[in-house]
Structure formats: C-alpha cells, structure tokens
Ligand binder design. Structure first.
Ligand SMILES: *Cc1c(COP(=O)(O)O)cnc(C)c1O
Length: 379
C-alpha cells in the first residue's frame, strides 16, 4: 500500500525542537514562560502595528473569551457565518447566547453582506439587536471585509474575526487577523502552522490583551492569595506548545508559498476539465494562504459527484474531504434562525477539499495527479 497522503499535516521547520528543549532546560514546563511571550512577540511583529496578541489553548477558547469581553451573555443574539467549522459557533452556546446564522456569497464563500444586512434589519425589527458578528475567512480566502465592516459600523456592532484558517492571508494588502474588534487564530494540528494544539487572540489594544490573559488564567485579582471577583477559564497556552509555535513562525512565509503552489497545481490540473472549478482569488484585492485547495464539481457536466471522487482518492490512500457542512444544517443548531439563499448548502453539495499541505513531495503530487486523471477518464 502506498503511504497516506494527508489533506493537511503538520510540517516542522527545524527549530521547533530547539525552543522546546530550551523549555526543558530552564524547567519552564507551564502555561506561561519565555516561549509564550516569545511567540506572542513574533506574532505581534508579523501583524505589525495595532495588534496585541495573547496566546491561548485553542482558537475556540479565543472566540469564547472574545464573546465574554464583548459582554455577550444569556439570551443575547450573535450573528455568525453559517459556512464554517463548529469552532466558530459553539462558543456562542457556551455563553448561553443564540447563534443567528448568515449565508455565504459565491465569490469568496464567506459571509454575504446582503444577507448580513437583511438579518440585522430583521433581528432589530423583532426586538433584539445582535451583540456581535462572527466573520470567517474560510480555507484562507479573505471575506469581503470592506462591505461587511461598513454594515457592522453602520449598526455599531462589534466584529469577531475568525482568522483560524487565514494566518498570512491579506485583503487589500492588510493582513487577516487585523480587521476585527477581536481576531482569533488557531494552531491546531492541521492548520497553516501548528503548536500541536493552540490558538491566539489578536487584540487592538494592550488593555484588551491583558484582559484576555486575565480571563484565560482563572480571573485572578491582584492579591497575594487567590481572590476572584469574576469567573475565569484555564485557557492559556503552554510554554512547550509556544516553543513549537516559535519554530513554525520561522517557516510561515515559506509554507504559504508552498500551499499557493499546490493551488496553482490544481488550477493547472483542472484547467481543461469542464464542470470542475478550483476555488481562486476574485481579484488582486484578495490574497489567500490557500490553507486548503477546494474544487466544485458540476455533476451534470462531469458525470460524477464530489463524493465519487473522494472515494476514488481514498482507495489510493489519498485523503480529501467534503467542504464544511453549514451550521444551519447541523442537528445541534436546527432550531436557530438562518438568513440566506442556500448558497452554502450548494457549495457543501458540490465541493471537495484536496490535499494541500506544504510538505507534499513531488511523488505525492504525481500520485494525486495520476489518480485524479485516471478517475476522470472513466467518464
Ligand atoms: C480550526 C478552526 C477554529 C477553532 O480552532 P481550534 O484551535 O481548533 O479550537 C475556529 N474556526 C475555524 C474556521 C477553524 O477552522
């Protein structure tokens, strides 16, 4: 059997172990330490101005703490992109609020400005103004931020920017992770860089960063003993994980180049196949890290479905995956309100994510190409 080709697997750069070893040598085996502040520094430098970073245990934890800091609580409403991973939406339930799902547009696959405004007007008419808007840059593709932020500003509603998949992507030259009142990152195992598991909150002020760290370390008041006037969480990143993150920062740009090359490879592979489109940037305003390369398959034109291609790849030990199943279709969220026109359902039906890692070898890529070509030639 050929070795497994993964959708997106960890890709170490080489210095990760050095930072982790330092943690052992200095006995900083804790959810704080020099690697944590070092990794935060690296990220702050990467984002340049106006970004204060707090490293946390996961991206989901970061969204949870963003909601708390925006004062979202029991019975409140939060607008959330429906086409996303559950980590964007679950924290709304953690705080006892109600998610209101908003559909995507076809150009970036992210939150549709028209549906957002429709949802806002209707929720306000029904008597409740939403407390926050969660916007996602799915698969690394930046959302239509100008239009979305204009609406958020018009209604004066804070934005949580879910950049879990979009570290290194830019919109009009500005880095994803710098647009929200709070922005979040994820360093889970299969993301663009990994700390084995982890996340971060990118804040717009040092004060917000300190508040985030306060909530992430059990909300300890200033006293020699343990005193608490608020409920806190154990959400800080460990010094071991942060060591991996520091090593990963050294290769981030190189790995983004490699992922972009994978996208170019798929654009070329499918360029003459009628009925298959590769997800690509709408125009030069959009620069994606192409965390994952995705395609849409029109069965009427190709004669096969995304699921049939997925199974053919699986047979050759190549991992591919359907697009995220929209949140408004998830059994756990079935009673939540939804505003849209079934765009994301359509994408979910036709789409497939293909192996996109920065560590795929020439022979891996050749195997992917041969398997796909052989499959397509049967139709
Ligand atoms: C991965 C991911 C998250 C959650 O991050 P974790 O670190 O896995 O908790 C949130 N939103 C999106 C869009 C993601 O892809």
């Amino acid at each position: 059997m050929n070795s497994k080709i993964w959708l997106s697997s960890p890709h170490m750069g080489g210095s990760e172990e050095k930072y982790v070893e330092e943690a052992f040598e200095t006995n900083w085996i804790a959810p704080l330490g020099p690697n944590v502040s070092g990794f935060e520094n690296d990220l702050e430098k990467y984002f340049n101005k106006n970004s204060n970073v707090a490293c946390l245990s996961s991206g989901t934890a970061a969204i949870h703490l963003a909601l708390i800091q925006l004062g979202v609580g029991y019975g409140d409403e939060v607008l959330c992109q429906s086409f996303t991973f559950c980590g964007s939406a679950n924290p709304i339930a953690y705080v006892g609020a109600n998610p209101i799902f908003v559909d995507s547009e076809f150009e970036t696959w992210n939150m549709c400005p028209k549906h957002l405004e429709k949802a806002l007007k209707d929720r306000i008419k029904k008597g409740k103004k939403p407390k926050a808007i969660i916007i996602v840059h799915l698969y690394g593709m930046p959302a239509k931020m100008d239009d979305l932020l204009e609406i958020a500003n018009k209604y004066k509603i804070p934005v949580i920017e879910d950049a879990a998949e979009a570290l290194g992507s830019t919109y009009k030259g500005r880095k994803c992770g710098t647009f929200g009142d709070f922005s979040i990152l994820s360093f889970n195992g299969n993301k663009i860089i990994t700390t084995s598991g982890g996340g971060a909150m990118v804040c717009r002020s040092e004060e917000d960063k300190q508040k985030t760290i306060f909530y992430a370390t059990q909300a300890r008041d200033k006293a020699p003993y343990y005193e608490h006037t608020q409920i806190g969480y154990n959400y800080r990143m460990s010094n071991i994980s942060a060591g991996i993150g520091r090593g990963q920062m050294e290769v981030l740009d190189k790995h983004i180049d490699l992922r972009r090359k994978m996208n170019a490879f798929y654009l070329d592979l499918f360029k003459e196949i009628e009925g298959i489109t590769v997800m690509k940037e709408l125009n030069e305003d959009y620069h994606s890290n192409f965390w994952l390369s995705c395609i849409l398959i029109e069965k009427e034109k190709t004669g096969f479905t995304a699921e049939m291609l997925r199974l053919a790849l699986e047979k050759e030990n190549i991992e591919s995956r359907p697009l995220w199943k929209p949140m408004h279709l998830q059994p756990v969220f079935k009673d939540c309100a939804y505003y849209g026109n079934r765009e994301s359902e359509n994408l979910f039906k036709k789409g497939l994510c293909l192996p996109s890692g920065s560590n795929l070898s020439v022979s891996d890529i050749d195997r992917i190409s041969k398997t796909i070509k052989k499959f397509i030639s049967r139709f």
